[in-house]
Ligand binder design. Structure first.
Ligand code: GLU
Length: 466
């Protein structure tokens, strides 16, 4: 059975590279009916933070990458955590010591003063000494593996020194814990970033020393910034939380990240329907450049084409995520959906969607300054609004067609030009001069709200004309 894992270190927020790794693992598991496991690699106690772990798991949930197994013991919950498995690692270190494949190394003032696989009592519990355990590298051993993306990779162990597997603080290092866990968790394929290729020889030596079956490896290509240096904060924001706050859609993010290395044959798709086509053999060896504009374009396309139901739910979630005060109520579902439908053609993100449409959701908005100056302060404004209120009140069937007729009638009264009529009504009901289509906007707001807003605008214009 295919079993893969995403093994983030909670030393920062989930970034685009991490999520791309998680996604490719998820694709592979899903395609082969396998399991996708999360393992939090939190043995670096100084840099690991609970806050980061929670945020990584939350963002994975948000994008829709569900994991399969969780720890379910008293006091433990959620995915596997290395900090909860220290005893397991200890047993394997002891095994290596017993078999003379590892040894204690005692340091005093940074100088090695003793090395052996038995530790004399005098060194124990004595603060003058720093004690680590090192793995013995067998110099004649050849280590090589076939990477499913990059082909055969060989290493020369001649230049490899014995290396620390247990730090002086009693905590094992990554290269050791990763082997024990991948073995015990029966990981069949290790799919991870290219930056881990250099760790692989050390891991292979440990697999061999413990007679563990070696999993298959696939190292994903690097993600670069525009200047071809590995993508980092220097290039701009890279955390998933940032893109979430900016109003990117999970599906658009996953769609775009899929293209960073995977030749998927199309630009726009739903990751949930695309996994059957995923092949590690179609993943490139070459690095890909992260293109913020293309991500934005991908987002725009999804925002316009994904189902209204989906966009509605994610829009609501976004509002609750970023705003302290949510002016929207789920009771207005039908209304909100209509607003989204007429607005989404004009925006690229949920944040823009909100800014563009927020005045639909409250009668208490401010009028844009240039609207006040160019329209509200004009001498004809009062007369126009009075007529508009009369005409719209008279409308029995509040349809788009009738709304159009009413606006045309108002224009033919020669109170002012047609453009002024449209912009005055637009600004009066929505506070600004750029909005979704006017007929649709009036229709979606509904007769009652439109009349309330026209009356308000009329009152306001009277106040400011003195
Ligand atoms: N914890 C490692 C990291 O965050 C992942 C190691 C691996 O996938 O083997 O880079």
């Amino acid at each position: 059975m295919v079993r893969v894992r995403f093994a983030p270190s909670p030393t920062g927020y989930l970034h685009v590279g991490g999520l791309r790794t998680a996604l490719f693992n998820w694709y592979f598991a899903k395609k082969h009916n396998g399991r996708f496991i999360i393992r939090i690699e939190d043995t670096d106690f100084e840099r690991s933070k609970k806050e980061y772990e929670e945020s990584i798991l939350e963002e994975l949930r948000w994008v829709g990458l569900d994991y399969d197994e969780s720890v379910d013991k008293p006091g433990q919950y959620g995915p596997y955590r290395q900090s909860e498995r220290l005893n397991i690692y200890k047993n394997y270190i002891e095994k290596l010591l017993n078999e003379n494949k590892a040894y204690y190394s005692v340091l005093k003032d940074d100088e090695t003063i003793f090395e052996d696989n038995n530790l004399p009592c005098k060194y124990k519990n004595n603060n003058d000494f720093s004690i680590v355990i090192k793995f013995k590298v067998n110099k004649n051993e050849e280590v090589s593996f076939t990477d499913l993306i990059r082909g055969d990779i060989k290493f020369d162990t001649k230049n490899l020194e014995d290396f620390v597997i247990l730090r002086s603080n009693g905590i094992p290092i990554y290269n050791f814990t990763v082997v024990i866990d991948d073995y015990l968790m029966k990981i069949s394929h290790v799919i991870r970033g290219e930056d881990h290729i250099s760790n692989t020889p050390k891991q292979l030596l440990i697999y061999n020393a413990l007679s563990f079956e070696v999993p298959k490896f696939a190292h994903l290509p690097l993600i670069l910034g525009e200047d071809k240096a590995p993508l980092s904060k220097r290039h701009g924001e890279v955390s998933i939380t940032y893109f979430r706050k900016e109003g990117y859609l999970p599906k658009a993010i996953l769609n775009y990240l899929s293209l960073l290395g995977w030749n998927a044959n199309e630009q726009i798709f739903d990751y949930n329907q695309k996994y059957q086509e995923f092949e590690l053999t179609n993943v490139s060896k070459n690095p890909s450049v992260f293109d913020y504009n293309k991500l934005l374009w991908t987002n725009e396309v999804h925002l316009r084409k994904d189902s209204l139901e989906e966009i509605y739910n994610i829009f609501f979630e976004w509002i609750n995520f970023v705003l302290i005060e949510n002016k929207l109520s789920k009771e207005d579902e039908k209304f909100i959906k209509q607003v989204i439908e007429i607005s989404r053609e004009k925006v690229q993100t949920l944040k823009q969607l909100y800014e563009f449409s927020e005045n639909f959701f409250t009668d208490n908005f401010d009028y844009q300054e240039d609207f006040v100056a160019k329209f509200m302060k004009k001498t004809w404004f009062e007369k126009l609004l009075k007529n508009a209120i009369d005409e719209f009140s008279k409308l029995e069937e509040f349809t788009v067609e009738n709304i159009e007729k009413t606006l045309k009638n108002l224009s033919s009264l020669n109170i002012t030009g047609r453009k002024n009529v449209y912009q005055s009504i637009r600004g009066s009901i929505l506070g600004k001069t750029v909005t979704p289509g006017l007929y649709e906007s009036i229709f979606v707001l509904g007769k009652e709200r439109v009349i309330i807003r026209l009356k308000k605008a009329l009152e306001y214009s009277k106040k400011i004309s003195f």
